[in-house]
Design a protein around this ligand. Structure first.
Ligand code: EPU
Length: 417
């Protein structure tokens, strides 16, 4: 992506549906033989990867409009999710819970490492074992079986895990009796996911708190469900707006999902005003204030907005620290930002950022989804031309990124090759 920096963003951006809700929602189609209709699904590479996996498993997937999918698992072909799918997209491990609970067995490739840390799935495996599954690890695969079904129980997460909670929900909804997830993830995506399962006939209560209770039911049925707006996309464009000293209306966002982020953005000099169906964001003062953050599970500051925020702090009026508490290796954007003139020192899980007057355009390399977009924001505020390489990361999680930004006055273009 070639970006010519310097423009202040101005205009309106329509926020797409949430990636991190769409992926588990699509996997929930494995839980019933009736059609599941999902609307407001973003057109992203990760969604296509999920469609490919579901298609391989035997789920019929049809696009009923550009942002709507109808998924129907009335004729499963296999309970095996091979390495090629899981390697491409970690969220493929979300096939484990529903395959096991509905079909009594699942074989899912281990995902291996990823760019932002070791990211084990030991907690997913342990949860399935606690629900009564026999699990072995062989040839790089998790082989889980529960020929007589799963039994409800307490599943206690030592670390709260978003997809771990979602996988456990899908396993427990069809288990016999009552399950409780202790130290459950409370992210809005998890809450909405439980709402989707309830719409499909599940009996889940307590979602949005650390203890979720699931009364197992015999079967689930089809449903129609609208995917909520992507709060990380909202936060990303809000940062881009404040960083470029722009003024943008973000349409279709739920400010309550971003409380801790919006508080920090305000302290850093951003202004946001709730307006009908969205928020208007702009910079309220000349200089950006340095404000330190620590990432945390919801309702804390989201790790998925850490890289973008670091870019904002590179041009703040002083020093700030950024502590990444969720993933151990999520600072890969920092050396790239330094190539653009940023002043960042990393010590373990904390980055110290000393604001500079200006960034300057350079060739940079994207390493993961949120790192990539932090470099795009850096390109927007830098003088001269920035080239961001390895765009496939961006396409995994941002729908029409350059169209949305160019409509607001950015100067970006996708280069071939
Ligand atoms: N963890 C384990 N073992 C497990 C599961 C998690 O050690 O079995 C650790 C992880 O390594 C991490 C922590 O627990 O240190 C929390 O990770 P979590 O399981 O919550 O992450 P995830 O479910 O794999 C989801 C999002 C991520 C987001 C994190 C944290 C999806 C598909 N992915 O991942 O999104 O960063 O929660 O909020 O929902 C992104 O969109 O860019 C992205 C990476």
């Amino acid at each position: 992506m070639r970006i010519r920096g310097g423009a202040s963003l101005g205009g309106t951006i329509d926020i797409s549906g949430s990636k991190n809700l769409s992926l588990p929602a699509m996997m929930a189609s494995l839980l019933t033989d009736q059609p599941l209709s999902l609307s407001n699904v973003p057109r992203l590479a990760d969604v296509i990867s999920a469609i490919e996996l579901l298609d391989y498993l035997g789920v019929g997937v049809r696009r009923s409009s550009s942002s709507s999918l109808v998924l129907c698992c009335s004729n499963l072909k296999t309970t095996e999710a091979p390495y090629d799918f899981v390697r491409k997209m970690r969220a493929s491990v979300l096939a484990l819970g529903p395959l096991l609970s509905r079909f009594g067995k699942a074989s899912v490739s281990l995902p291996g490492g990823c760019a932002i840390g070791a990211r084990g799935i030991d907690l997913h495996i342990k949860a399935m074992q606690q629900l009564g599954a026999e699990v072995t690890i062989e040839n790089g695969y998790i082989n889980a079986s529960a020929p007589n079904g799963l039994d409800g129980c307490d599943v206690n997460f030592p670390i709260s895990s978003v997809t771990g909670t979602e996988n456990t929900l899908m396993a427990a909804v069809l288990a016999r009796g009552t399950s409780r997830i202790l130290n459950a993830a409370m992210e809005p995506e998890v809450v909405e996911f439980a709402n989707l399962l309830n719409t499909m006939g599940a009996n889940i209560t307590g979602h949005g708190t650390p203890i979720i209770t699931i009364e197992g039911v015999e079967s689930l049925h089809g449903a129609s469900f609208e995917i909520m707006p992507d709060r990380i996309e909202v936060g990303t464009y809000a940062i881009a707006t404040v960083a470029t000293n722009g003024r943008v209306m973000l349409k279709g966002c739920i400010p309550d999902h971003l409380s801790s982020f919006l508080e920090i953005l305000k302290a850093a000099g951003g202004v946001y005003e709730p307006v009908d169906g969205g928020i208007l964001v702009y910079r309220g003062q000349d200089k950006i204030e340095p404000v330190s953050i620590c990432t945390a599970q919801y309702p804390g500051y989201p790790t998925d907005l850490q890289a973008q925020y670091m870019t904002l702090m590179t041009i703040a009026n002083g020093a700030s620290s950024i502590t990444e508490n969720i993933f151990e290796n999520r600072f890969m954007h920092a050396p790239e930002l330094c190539r653009m003139g940023a002043n960042i020192a990393i010590n373990g899980r904390t980055a110290t950022v000393i604001g500079v007057r200006k960034l300057s355009g350079a060739q940079v390399m994207a390493t993961d989804l949120r790192a990539s977009v932090s470099l795009v924001i850096a390109g927007l505020i830098a003088s001269g031309e920035t080239i961001v390489n390895r765009l496939y990361h961006l396409d995994r999680g941002y729908e029409n990124l350059e169209v949305k930004l160019n409509n607001c006055g950015a100067d970006m273009e996708r280069l071939e090759g």
